[in-house]
Design a protein. Structure first.
Ligand code: NZQ
Ligand code: ZN
Length: 383
């Protein structure tokens, strides 16, 4: 077990009807006039929007809206949110949505108190020194953004999907009501689940310590839970147990808990590669990961033989490296994810450009061994 510091200050309110407490929770963290951030309209269809407003009104909280956040949120819309937050002098950012809404909210919370352009934080040319408090109501699970300090935004002009972390960006409180995710369609349920799975998988495969049963056991339990619950939630969208297990597994997956004692920081090379895919083609992050992860395993199967064998046996109940890769790919297909570039309409001829883009981010994140050539090899195994 390596030395570590575990600090996750996000308050989690988990269970049915959490939104009723929202107004009070916002007040508790200093909100009197909030920027209400949401996506393209799912919260209006489900009735959640009205419940949020009712709770804010009951607590006497004013709000200004910033809607239309798109999946794979973009810098131009984020900048509009920063301007609005500054102009309206809001004192808290309230995100009602999935990872995209929460990430854009985090960027707005940082940008609202900054003198520089918010993109500078993503390029590491400026360091964040403060942020408005952030409160979230999660509507789709997967990214773990509701309980972590990270965010990812796409700069459309530069075709760069970059992320960073800052302790200022942990949400103060996140409301996690699994019933809100009953309306998440089959495909998005899978993409979220695969994303959460990948957060554990990447740490499991790239950890420095293979002899720590506590983090290893936590990771295996999270992965097994996601494998079992995803098809159940797809078959019966209102299966509370399946939705609840997926929600909590997703939040824990990138909360910092899994790498305590095994890595100083999570190493996420498949993410660096995937971000190139979603920056170029605007595909769902989870769909991109479903294509990249098995290809990464095929390239790493000798180097990571021990890790893959354990994964095969303890997550999928099969013995052997090839058997583990096959079982994983079978599961991805079962939950209806693409596993080849062509299934996401990504032409083979784009691989060099994707590899170059992925390498830029990998370099940014400090993964020096992930050269353009190595990433190209991985992507060729996804053809
Ligand atoms: O925009 P609306 O209308 O709300 O529709 C959304 C969107 O189309 C819909 N949806 C959300 N909740 C729903 C619902 N539909 C029906 N019922 C509901 N209850 O689902 C679609 C996808 O939403 P989105 O927020 O984009 O999904 P997700 O949570 O997967 O977020 C993806 C983004 O997060 C980033 C990804 O790269 C991507 O940009 N990530 C963030 C991370 C972090 N902050 O730690 C880590 C991850 O690795 C990831 O990179
Ligand atoms: Zn992810």
């Amino acid at each position: 077990m390596q030395p570590f510091v575990f600090w996750n200050p996000t308050e989690v309110v988990f269970g049915k009807n959490g939104v009723k407490k929202l107004g009070k929770l916002v007040k508790k963290y200093g909100g009197s006039k909030v920027l209400l951030v949401y996506g393209k309209g799912s919260i209006k269809k489900t009735g959640l929007y009205q419940q949020v407003l009712d709770s804010l009104k009951e607590a006497g909280i004013e709000w200004v809206e910033h809607s239309g956040v798109k999946p794979n949120p973009v810098l131009s819309h984020t900048r509009e949110g920063v301007e609005k937050a500054k102009r309206e002098k809001v004192d808290l950012v309230l995100a009602v949505g999935g990872g995209s809404v929460i990430d854009e909210s985090k960027a707005i919370a940082a940008g609202a108190l900054a003198d520089c352009d918010v993109w500078e934080f993503f390029e590491f040319t400026q360091t964040i020194k403060a942020a408005l408090p952030i409160v979230t109501v999660l509507t789709i699970c997967g990214t773990g953004s509701e309980m972590n300090a990270g965010l990812v935004i796409t700069n459309e002009e530069k075709k760069a999907k970059y992320g960073f972390r800052s302790p200022y960006l942990f949400p103060k409180v996140s409301v996690l009501d699994p019933t809100i995710t009953f309306s998440v369609p089959k495909d998005q349920t899978a993409y979220g689940a695969v994303d959460a799975f990948s957060h554990v998988f990447e740490v499991y495969m790239n950890r420095e310590d293979l002899n720590s049963p506590i983090p290893e056991g936590i990771m295996e339990t999270l992965m097994r839970t996601i494998v079992e619950r995803t098809p159940q939630a797809q078959e019966n969208p209102e299966d509370y147990t399946a939705r609840a297990d997926l929600m909590w597994a997703s939040s824990l997956a990138l909360s910092g808990l899994t790498w305590c004692g095994v890595s100083a920081a999570p190493m996420l090379p498949c993410h660096a590669i995937e971000h190139a895919l979603s920056a170029f083609y605007d595909i769902a992050h989870g769909a991109g990961l479903a294509i990249v992860m098995p290809a990464w395993m095929r390239l790493m199967k000798d180097e990571k033989a021990e890790e893959i064998k354990r994964f095969a046996s303890r997550v999928f109940g099969v013995e052997g490296v090839d058997e583990g890769i096959e079982a994983f790919e079978r599961w991805l297909k079962r939950v209806e994810c693409p596993v080849r570039l062509s299934e996401a309409s990504i032409p083979e001829s784009d691989i060099p450009a994707l590899a170059e883009n992925g390498n830029r981010l990998a370099f940014h994140w400090g993964y020096k061994e992930y050269t353009k050539e190595l990433i190209e090899k991985i992507l060729r195994l996804a053809v």
